[in-house]
Design a protein around this ligand. Sequence first.
Ligand code: FES
Ligand SMILES: [Fe+2]
Length: 334
Amino acid sequence: MTAFVESEALRGCWYPVASAGLVESPADQAHAVRLLGHNYVIWRGPNSELIAAPDRCPHREAPLSIGKLEGGVLSCAYHGWGFGADGTCVSVPSSGPGAAIPPTAHLPCVKVEEKYGLIWMCPGDPTTTIPAIGQEDDPAFRRINTPVDSWATSSPRLVDNFMDFSHFPWVHTGTFGGAQDPYVPKIELSQLDDEFFGYQYEVEASNPDEAVAVSGSEEDTVHRVMTTGFALPFCVRSTIRYDDGLEHILLLLTTPVDDLNSLFTFVVWRNDDHSTDPDEIIAFDLAIGAEDKAMLEQVPGTLPLGRTGVVNVQSDKPSVEWRRRFAELIGFTG
Ligand code: FES
Ligand SMILES: [Fe+2]
């Protein structure tokens, strides 16, 4: 199978590559990022603006991410060429002050944005936008960010997992899955809003002591109405509604480092009274994510995209639909 990361269509999409806090201003270090099999450097320029470019000095190809950052100008570690706003080469020390700078010395920058506490990159010409989460501007909700983690698994496997709830009573027995009936009723898929496509379902979730901060209930089990949907290529939103009106929205964000490795982070919005320590709230979700990670990192290779590579049953309907649309997006014909 051709590497999916080589798909031209994926270059036009946005991917979270770092926590916004990692690329602080002022900073004395640039940040290296690997996305779709290519290396990039990110830093904040002279006006604290984000700059992202291939991690390759145009002079002799040294990685710029190991250079020195001062006042927003990134100096290459090899011969000291300096790069400032918009990736413009502003100095070539060996040529002396005032010497002409070759036009090809400027960096071919790529699109970069800050949103939802994350740095997002689009390595090509954008054909999509970062999904809109209305709760970001709703004062009843607060946002809680979690670290950007590296997972030794393929991005399609992550999305396949997030669109599937038949694994809950098997993989998530250490957290919320133990009380769930393994039987999955018929799933109806629909367009949830402008961007997300998915389904709604209800589960009885175990509610151990560690879950009390997140569920707001002290009962042994809690009833959850869940809505889970995807926005291509790798974004999944899962909304959990508890019977008392508490809403907990998870934006599950997967970034393909290459065909077999991913970055993963999730962002939470919730309409609680904002009093509980955010670390306590996300501890349970992080434990759930660790269960998925432990499972997925044992599954070899990337997810087969053809019709016959794996066996599907009715509970796989949402992930099969994601896979069908993803295969279409990247022009997979195998
Ligand atoms: S390789 Fe960067 S300045 Fe020479
Ligand atoms: Fe899971």
